[in-house]
Ligand binder design. Structure first.
Ligand SMILES: Nc1ncnc2c1ncn2[C@@H]1O[C@H](COP(=O)(O)OP(=O)(O)OP(=O)(O)O)[C@@H](O)[C@H]1O
Length: 627
């Protein structure tokens, strides 16, 4: 490997602009190479598109490390980390370098962080404790295999870099780590740069111009604008998730991005069904700001309900963001929130996301409501889809297609699921719904759960206080109190008079009853295209068996586009609460993909209860606006 003579760069408002004067940067194997010009732009600019496709990317194998023209920019949204490099003068005898001439110093990480890395999940107060052997810390100390994705300067090549020894005050040797597409994934890549100019901001701020730390800090500030740096993450892996691939998917695809971004990671493996409820209920929440579920949608459901069962649930929901790294068979949360079904892109989105509060839904049924009502983040369904979701488990080997087959089979058999439904509407007609959507689609800014102006490295949101003895977040309108957890419509009380009973002609012939809060319920199934993260409503979609098969077929075939809700035969409303009373003798409800008993079910929206991570602070664009 050879370092080019002057690997220079400047900071711009968009990112780090490579101004290398010589050629060759790296080849397809990630090694610095001779004879070609450098351009990072063509691969770096793919990020936005790559995360949108359902498999997480549409890049050719060779796209990732193709050589790129000069004068191109590594955008801040791709930069994971920056460290200043100190040349150890003691090793510079007779112009020769030792094999480790650079000492990297990460300005953003503190010794306090190192402490956290080595703690285990176990805590004396926590019962039951995950066994220490099940909890692993990951950090830069045990890096991913960097053979192909880590560019390092070889000792010999540093002769070329010697000019850096005579660096001017405004020149800084910086190791930059950034994400590049590789195959279908995104991987971390390192580059050593001599940054000899700084951005306008630094030029007007002499303090940051003078030090390398100032330059590093400026890069990190811009790279993590509106996001929290150096997250402390508990990763919960369901080893059975995704047909047994969840652990490998996490370790090979998501973990490298998280580690290189400076996140502190601890891993807990689920050992039995519903173990994640116990883990979240008994967790030492002071240690983490994020719980990332490397799983399908089952584990986030369990984590949210585990947090809900804590005596300190208010603190827990104020402190911890729950997110998903898509490693299961159903990854609706990641597709909706990170805009991708690919674990490496989801990890990149995780570190770059905006912490946002989203609404949850609280479900009550006679058999469990006196113990714990259940919180649902995704959906509840009854009828054809519930049966197809749960009762096709025996053909799980077929993958997601089993669900579509099940739905089609049940519908074409003319099956119906009589019930009574009572609804509190927020927007009943499709026209009202559209108005509601347009009025609320940009309101997410008010839902920021994280004060972007606060020190992003402070993990003590709850502990730090201001003069009035209140934390900055406590003063935020998004700070939760016990009142946020109180039900407005307890099931023990009669149905309120302002709820409407749905036409029994319709409900006696019901085929699909589906309520949800996220746009995607599965890959390629945009069931709730008008869903918004925190509009305080639940989307309701209903079909009935009076719809002829000739009309039902195009409705089912348009689920991937989400345009089924426009069909006149499909009921689509925004609601605040409902009660459904099944009239069939056998069957089930499916709540977030979990089997629930066939009993009356009452649900109400719980506004902005859960902190999560949304790319750009919003759900994936469903194009509902232009439908
Ligand atoms: N060790 C375990 N043994 C048995 N079941 C487990 C274990 N760990 C988790 N589970 C259960 O697996 C279920 C599915 O989890 P998850 O959503 O992560 O996976 P998935 O691949 O998407 O599967 P599904 O298609 O069922 O949603 C959850 O109900 C969870 O309680």
């Amino acid at each position: 490997m050879a370092v080019q003579k002057k690997l220079r760069a400047i900071l711009t408002d968009e990112g780090v602009l490579i101004k290398s004067q010589s050629h060759h940067m790296f080849n397809k194997h990630g090694q610095l190479r001779n004879g070609d010009s450098l351009s990072l732009l063509s691969c770096l600019s793919c990020l936005d598109d790559g995360t949108l496709s359902s498999d997480g990317g549409s890049f050719d194998e060779d796209d990732s490390l193709e050589l790129l023209p000069l004068n191109t920019t590594i955008p801040f949204n791709r930069i994971l980390n920056a460290k200043r490099l100190n040349i150890d003068q003691r090793r510079l005898n007779n112009g020769k370098f030792s094999s480790d001439p650079f000492q990297a110093e990460n300005v953003s990480s503190s010794s306090e962080n190192d402490e956290v890395e080595n703690r285990s999940l176990s805590n004396d107060k926590v019962q039951p404790q995950p066994a220490a052997s099940d909890v692993h810390s990951l950090s830069n100390k045990n890096k991913w295999d960097s053979k192909t994705s880590n560019i390092e300067a070889s000792p010999d090549s540093l002769h070329d870099a010697i000019p850096t020894l005579g660096m001017k005050d405004n020149q800084h040797l910086i190791e930059l780590t950034f994400a590049v597409p590789k195959g279908h994934d995104v991987v971390p890549q390192k580059l050593t740069l001599l940054i000899d100019h700084v951005s306008k901001k630094s030029r007007t701020n002499p303090k940051s111009e003078l030090t390398s730390s100032g330059v590093v800090e400026e890069i990190l500030e811009k790279s993590y604008e509106n996001s929290r740096r150096n997250r402390s993450i508990l990763v919960i892996i369901n080893p059975h998730g995704g047909k047994g691939t969840a652990k490998t998917l996490f370790l090979t695809k998501a973990s490298p991005i998280l580690v290189e971004s400076g996140c502190k990671i601890e891993i807990a493996y689920t050992k039995y069904a519903r173990h994640a409820i116990d883990i979240a209920r008994d967790l030492d929440i002071s240690k983490y700001d994020t719980i990332a579920c490397a799983s399908g949608d089952g584990i986030p459901y369990e984590v949210i309900n585990g947090l809900f069962r804590r005596p300190d649930r208010v603190d827990a929901f104020n402190k911890v963001a729950v997110t998903q790294l898509p490693c299961g068979s159903g990854n609706a949360m990641s597709i909706s929130c990170h805009w991708t079904n690919n674990p490496s892109y989801a990890a990149l989105c995780l570190v770059k996301s905006i912490e946002t509060r989203i609404d949850l839904m609280c479900c009550s049924q006679p058999s469990y409501m006196n113990e714990w009502p259940r919180l649902s983040f995704l959906s509840q369904t009854y009828g054809v889809i519930a049966e197809s979701d749960i009762n096709t488990e025996f053909i799980r080997w077929m993958g997601p297609i089993r669900f579509n087959l099940g739905v089609a089979f049940n519908i074409f058999q003319g099956r119906k699921y009589p019930c009574e439904v009572f609804v509190k509407y927020a927007a009943k007609s499709k026209k009202e719904l559209k108005v509601h959507f347009l009025e609320n689609k940009d309101k997410n800014k008010g839902c920021l759960a994280f004060e972007s102006n606060s020190n992003p490295n402070s993990s003590s949101d709850i502990l730090s206080t201001n003069n009035n003895n209140k934390t900055k977040n406590e003063l935020s309108p998004n700070f939760l109190t016990g009142d946020n957890f109180k039900l407005k419509y307890p099931m023990t009380e009669p149905v309120p008079s302002d709820w409407e009973k749905m036409d029994s002609e319709l409900t006696d012939n019901l085929t699909i009853f589906y309520t949800g809060k996220m746009p995607y319920i599965a890959k390629d199934t945009k069931f709730f295209p008008a869903a918004l993260p925190a509009d305080g409503t639940i989307d309701l979609v209903i079909t009935d068996a009076r719809i002829p098969v000739t009309k039902m077929t195009p409705i089912l075939l348009s689920l991937d586009k989400g345009s089924h809700v426009l069909e006149p035969e499909v009921i689509h409303s925004k609601i605040l609460a409902y009660k459904i009373i099944p009239k069939v003798k056998s069957g089930l409800f499916s709540v977030d993909g979990e089997k629930f008993p066939l009993e009356p079910l009452q649900v109400e929206v719980m506004p902005m209860l859960c902190k999560t991570l949304l790319r750009n602070g919003r759900y994936i664009d469903t194009e509902f606006e232009s439908m």
